[in-house]
Design a protein around this ligand. Structure first.
Ligand SMILES: NC(=O)C1=CN([C@@H]2O[C@H](COP(=O)(O)OP(=O)(O)OC[C@H]3O[C@@H](n4cnc5c(N)ncnc54)[C@H](OP(=O)(O)O)[C@@H]3O)[C@@H](O)[C@H]2O)[C@@H](O)CC1
Ligand SMILES: Nc1ncnc2c1ncn2[C@@H]1O[C@H](COP(=O)(O)OP(=O)(O)O)[C@@H](O)[C@H]1O
Ligand SMILES: [K+]
Length: 450
């Protein structure tokens, strides 16, 4: 599974806007479909490597892309058959079918498979789940190589419905932009390797896949405080905050102080009693405060979160600290990153609807903070509408304590003084890269070791 880095992501509505903007600038929808069909034909040609190809065409423009590709493949000498689910229902699809010179079989349970199947049944226009009979027909093709056009048929392009496509793809060719379905579960897992075909639309870049991240090298004149000083506050379970502090140092902070713990995870970390916390919040060198890891909800947490908010310092709020800060967050002028996992998000923001992207964006607006909505399909959202989608991460990270490590990495990136969204993106990229590099047997402690 893979996704092109730093690629735009558009919902169906945004796709239609981009398409309309193209029309104003003189590129017709039919030209867009020609570009899409050509990209599908190229990819299918390479994947088939001379073997027969079966192209499944639906009634809409996704099917139109399929007919265009079929004709181009036939003109190149490929052995291509077409099976249609229904008559074309759009002008463009009707015109594309008219240009296909070969026969059109009926797609049903009798349809013979081919080594490569091009799935051009439904794209972003799917309005309801696939019928059971069609899903069963598609499952019969599971032994073939599958190229999905735009999205695997059966997926909700916007990623708001949890419909699971019955025929997972080996390769999905995203047309013009990625769609939420490529980066959100459950559909992301059915897309295989996602390739992006530029078809001539210009996409708004506010929402994108995670960029490829290279560790920022310290400036030649760097010193420990200019690289960022992080203050981590340990609660009653100090092990979690120790991981957080160690992660902050490993992710590039120049100086890390751990208050409220008796043990230092590294000798280079300054450990102080909890009575020092208030004083440290006044230390002008502290560039970010992290609170929440290992700190259960309660009056003590509430008191300490209030103190952090009063300090106006950039802050990372994890676990129960998120709910504790919620009532004051939107009015407090500070840079904040929140790192809820699924359960914490659901408890803190119970009344949000839509896709995981929609909900992360709404939570960011409500709190005026950057929200890192964790999980296998982590979403990072800023109050100004920017979104970064981190699928696929590293499944080796699904183990206790890795969230504490991420909070520390967010602290390190935030303490450098930049934009909290960029800091969160860099931290998530760092976390995933380490998860991928370590792989089998990973425990959270490994993420903070050299
Ligand atoms: N945007 C762009 O810039 C470009 C977009 N392009 C391509 O267009 C695709 C979007 O095309 P689209 O909007 O025509 O929708 P599409 O996915 O083909 O399906 C709609 C049809 O399916 C039907 N239908 C729906 N659900 C159904 C169900 N469960 N079971 C059965 N039928 C169902 C629905 O009928 P209805 O809901 O009215 O019953 C309608 O007939 C996009 O993904 C990309 O591939 C490119 O050509 C280049 C430029
Ligand atoms: N299947 C997965 N694939 C990729 N990343 C995952 C997966 N499961 C969990 N993660 C990541 O691991 C971390 C777990 O965080 P969290 O649930 O807070 O753990 P803990 O509270 O034990 O530290 C998050 O960064 C999350 O995105
Ligand atoms: K499709």
């Amino acid at each position: 599974m893979s996704i092109p880095p730093d690629a735009p992501i558009l919902t169906g509505a945004a796709m239609r806007e981009a398409e309309a903007a193209c029309a104003i600038q003189g590129t017709s929808l039919s030209e867009l479909m020609d570009h899409a069909g050509a990209a599908v034909a190229d990819t299918a040609w390479r994947m088939a490597a001379g073997a027969p190809i079966l192209i499944l065409c639906g009634p809409g423009n996704n099917g139109g892309d399929g007919y265009v590709a079929a004709q181009m493949l036939a003109e190149r000498g490929a052995n291509a058959r077409v099976a249609a689910l229904a008559e074309p229902a759009t002008k463009l699809a009707t015109a594309a079918r008219a240009r296909w010179n070969g026969p059109v079989e009926t797609l049903d349970e009798q349809t013979k498979p081919a080594p490569l199947i091009v799935d051009a049944l439904f794209g972003v226009g799917l309005s309801r789940p696939l019928a059971d009979g069609l899903a069963a027909t598609l499952r019969r093709f599971a032994a073939s190589r599958i190229l999905a056009v735009d999205v695997p048929s059966g997926a909700d392009g916007d990623g708001a419905k949890d419909w699971v496509p019955p025929l997972p793809a080996d390769v999905t060719l995203a047309l013009g932009a990625l769609k939420p379905a490529h980066v959100l579960l459950p559909t992301a897992a059915a897309c295989g390797r996602v390739l992006l075909a530029p078809i001539g639309i210009s996409a708004n870049r506010a929402m994108r896949s995670l960029p490829a991240i290279r560790p920022a090298k310290p400036r030649p004149d760097a010193h420990k405080f200019s690289r960022g000083m992080v203050l981590v506050f340990a609660g009653p379970m100090p092990g979690a905050a120790e991981l957080t502090a160690a992660a902050a140092l490993r992710a590039g902070a120049g100086y890390v102080v751990l208050d409220g713990s008796e043990r230092a995870p590294f000798a280079a970390i300054i450990v102080e009693g909890e009575d020092k916390f208030g004083e440290r919040l006044d230390d002008p060198r502290v560039g970010a405060v992290v609170i929440g890891p290992g700190f259960p909800a309660g009056d003590e947490l509430l008191f300490d979160v209030e103190a952090v908010l009063d300090s106006g310092k950039p802050l990372v709020l994890d676990a129960a600290a998120i709910a504790a800060a919620l009532p004051r967050l939107s009015e407090t002028p500070c840079k904040a990153i929140l790192t809820p996992h699924e359960g914490e998000f659901a408890r803190t923001f119970p009344q949000l609807y839509g896709s995981k992207i929609d909900r992360a964006k709404a939570a960011a607006v409500r709190t005026q903070a950057v929200v890192v909505y964790k999980g296998a399909d982590t979403i990072i959202a800023a109050p100004d509408g920017r979104v970064a989608a981190a699928w696929p991460g590293s499944p080796w990270l699904a183990t206790a304590g890795t969230g504490d490590v991420l909070a520390g990495a967010c602290g390190a990136m935030l303490a450098r003084g930049g934009d909290p969204f960029d800091a969160a993106v860099a931290a998530v990229g760092w976390h995933i890269a380490r998860g991928q590099a370590i792989g089998p047997g990973l425990v959270a402690d490994d993420l903070v070791r050299a």
